[in-house]
Ligand binder design. Sequence first.
Ligand SMILES: Nc1ncnc2c1ncn2[C@@H]1O[C@H](COP(=O)(O)OP(=O)(O)OP(=O)(O)O)[C@@H](O)[C@H]1O
Length: 499
Amino acid sequence: MNTTDVAVEGSIFHLPFLATFPSPAIREYIRIFALGLILSLFRDSIAAIRERILSIFFLTASFREDTVAYSWMMVWLSQQPTWRNARRVEVTTRDLLSVGIKSVWDHSRKEDSSSDKMWRRMTFLPSLGFSHMMWYHRHLVLVYREKENIQSEFTQSQIETLTIRIFTFDHAILSTLLQQAKNTFDAVHSQATSVFIYDTMPMGRWKQLGSFQRRPFDSLILEPGVKESVVEDARDFLNSRDWYHRRGIPFRRGYLLYGAPGSGKSSLIQCVAGELGLDVYIISIKKERLDDSGLMQLMGELPERCIAIMEDIDVAFKQELTREAGDGEGKSENDGKAQAPVVAIGPPKDGSVTLSGLLNAIDGVGAQEGRILFATTNKYLALDPALCRPGRMDRHIEFKHASRYQARELFRTFYAPGDDAPMNPNGSLMHDFKTSDSKHEVSDLASQFADAVPDESFSMASLQGYLMMYKTSHQEAATNIADWVVKETEAQAKKSGKI
Ligand SMILES: Nc1ncnc2c1ncn2[C@@H]1O[C@H](COP(=O)(O)OP(=O)(O)OP(=O)(O)O)[C@@H](O)[C@H]1O
């Protein structure tokens, strides 16, 4: 018997059949392989036993990154004091917008109170790949975050899963925790509108892009009653589900906002979203790799109460028209009453969404109920009649360049007395806006400003741009507007080749 045979037979891992192999090296390989196999089976059994024990004593809930409940839980976790003292923790000063976490303002560092450092923002989260313990209503809770690889046809990416285990036999505690997490999330987001985009990669899903502060309703200046009527119409729609169902009418509503660029179309959508507390889902029809079925899928995956936006809906199909053709100041091509659309629509140039695909996605069988669709265009006449008909676009709202009324109200809102008036470095208001004298003064200057602006000749965006040059001096803004109008009119004439 040679030394190798002794080693095999004398080891704690004795396999008699190995003696049939003449080569000692092969015997050694087989022995190591078998040992590894047994260890891995042993490890799996231990994990299965551990899992079994945990599932007996703990209530387990998993949340995938692409679900709303995951965002609730992450926001709630980020607000738990436990992580501030944890020995292993993820600290970030960024907003984790994909899950809707806004970093919290840390007021605790009083020594920095004179400087911006007081406002250092931090979010504490349980770190990835590590099991954390915390207490919830006197129950032990285990928190585990892990990333899982997802392979698609084109790419490989990762998706996170959060697992919560609660030491309890009572299911109600999970419901309480979820409700509390949702309330926390809602409270954090009550002043903000969440924005979602469709992520076609690695697999189609709506993904939160971020959130923006609700736009104050008063900051949008349209002709009297216009914005109020849109909000009321949308509110009425949301409350009329049964009415629609009883009459067999699909429970969807569409608004087509058309007209001059920079006149408040996107701003109106922001205001409606803020007033009705709805999230916004942006649909880019021109997105790469989006075809008819992809569009249908993303429309079908919209949540029930939301605002879906399709901006520049004309650009998706009209190859010969470009946005620049009507972007200049001065009267827009859409001024005046809306006429019947006359231009035929050609095949798509870049994207692969077709007109019939779009029409189906808007009101086909798979289209989501309860959603509000806002489509915008600067080329109203270029749209196909089928796209504009009631049922797809129920209300058409025209936007023109600023009227005198709008110019005056813009000025008044811009220099409105209030807490958000421009501040001096020492914290005092730049103007004494709080006195009624200054209110009257702003009113008078607003009229002077509006008188100098020709009716429906300049976009609200350009007037706003002008006022931005005089953020701190309303008198100068009112005095210099006449010169600005002359210069701008000349510039427009040059641009359009009139001089
Ligand atoms: N009616 C308005 N009232 C107040 N501000 C306005 C108004 N119209 C435009 N603005 C301001 O001008 C800027 C552009 O507005 P907005 O994006 O809403 O215009 P739009 O009509 O959607 O433009 P576009 O067609 O080019 O996308 C914003 O900063 C907005 O605050």
